[in-house]
Design a protein around this ligand. Structure first.
Ligand SMILES: Nc1ncnc2c1ncn2[C@@H]1O[C@H](COP(=O)(O)OP(=O)(O)O)[C@@H](O)[C@H]1O
Ligand SMILES: [Mg+2]
Length: 358
């Protein structure tokens, strides 16, 4: 929704509020709205022309509380007052946390509304991002610590092997060399996202999806239906196609692995769905447009004990799993200022990649 032009002479002063994800109104202490920001306009589903000039309390299911709060702000009873309320809007009312604060202008108050579910979601995402960052550093440091002595161990085992006559003993040195090589490749995979520079170009998300689709179908040719549900109006955006292919592939690969039983039964299904989301908030920022890419499968779901931790490194629910697939996918998507979310239950698991669009 585009914001209506401001008619109020003070509109200039408030223009910066339009950049906030929080819902904000500047109100006279008699209750009349002087200014409503773009986020509030969106939340109420009307234009600010309808809100400005009318009493703010009309927007709440219990108008008296708001009236009382504003009177209190007017008579200097408090500097800031907080309470929870319901905002009226088309459809369901929206639960919000209300903060009424005195303004620097006499006779005015600033009302901030924080949608409660959004607040919880934002906190969760923030924690996820911080944790992912800490993980990334931990992994990189650990990988370097392992990598350095590993070359020495392998080299020494090779020298030893040349000195040894007995076949039986060379079996031992071979074990050392083989295991050193396995660790080396694990470490290389851990360091890979940091080593390769971000190759930026124009990304067509459907080319990414098609590549992943053909790779998965090549590996799982029987009993798997891989459908596409694309919104072809999604614009290209700047990013690294190779990283995104790897991210989507890791997610789709997990889905396929979770489906092996259903493949045997012949009714395994993965859907790649793309959509445009408008006015979304994630990672503390509000975006006008974002790409949503869902990878949905009809498998058994993410095992309950590891559900909260699947994006952590080395967390795996499979024998022989490295637990790195989702960590890397999350890293790659974060390099695009995006986020991966998971919603999983038996019979339907939905991994959603969100990436801001220009
Ligand atoms: N679509 C899915 N369905 C069920 N479980 C999943 C799905 N995606 C991921 N998982 C679980 O998350 C774990 C972590 O995945 P990942 O980080 O790729 O590591 P890995 O595949 O090496 O185990 C998997 O082992 C699996 O238990
Ligand atoms: Mg995996």
């Amino acid at each position: 929704m585009t914001a209506a032009p401001h008619t109020h002479p003070q509109a200039q002063r408030f223009a910066a509020f339009d950049l906030l994800a929080t819902l904000v109104a500047v109100v006279r202490t008699d209750g009349v709205v002087l200014f409503a920001n773009a986020a509030l306009e969106d939340a109420l589903g009307t234009s600010r022309r309808m809100i400005e000039g009318a009493p703010l309390s009309d927007c709440f299911t219990e108008p008296l509380i708001m009236q009382g709060a504003l009177e209190g702000a007017g008579s200097n009873e408090f500097a800031a007052l907080r309470y929870d309320a319901w905002l009226k809007r088309p459809g369901e009312p929206l639960p919000v946390h209300v903060v009424v604060a005195q303004s620097d202008q006499p006779g005015q108050a600033i009302v901030e509304l924080l949608p409660l579910e959004q607040q919880a979601k934002q906190d969760r995402e923030e924690r996820l991002m911080e944790r992912a960052q800490a993980n990334k550093e931990l992994i990189r440091n650990l990988a370097h610590e392992i990598k350095n002595p590993l070359g020495g161990i392998r080299g020494a085992a090779q020298l030893l092997q040349m000195e040894i006559e007995s076949r039986e003993l060379t079996e031992y040195t071979q074990v050392i060399i083989r295991e050193a090589d396995r660790l080396q490749s694990l470490v290389d995979r851990l360091l890979a996202p940091h080593r390769r520079p971000h190759q930026v170009g124009d990304v067509n998300i459907h080319e990414v999806c098609e590549r992943v689709r053909s790779l998965i179908l090549a590996e799982f040719p029987k009993g798997l239906k891989l459908s596409r549900d694309y919104d072809t109006s999604i614009p290209e955006f700047r990013g690294d196609s190779e990283q995104l292919i790897q991210a989507v592939l890791n997610i789709a690969h997990n889905a396929a692995q979770a489906l092996v039983d259903r493949m045997a039964a012949g009714d395994a299904q993965i859907t790649l769905r793309t959509r445009i989301a408008r006015q979304v908030t994630f990672g503390k920022q509000r975006y006008r447009l974002a790409l949503e890419l869902h990878v949905i499968d009809n498998g058994p779901g993410v095992p309950e004990p590891i559900k909260d931790r699947i994006f952590y490194p080395l967390v795996s629910g499979r024998d022989g799993g490295s637990g790195l697939g989702l960590t890397l996918a999350q890293n790659f998507v974060q390099q695009h200022h995006g986020l991966i979310e998971c919603d999983s239950a038996p019979g339907r698991t939905d991994f959603k990649i969100l990436i801001p669009l220009p």
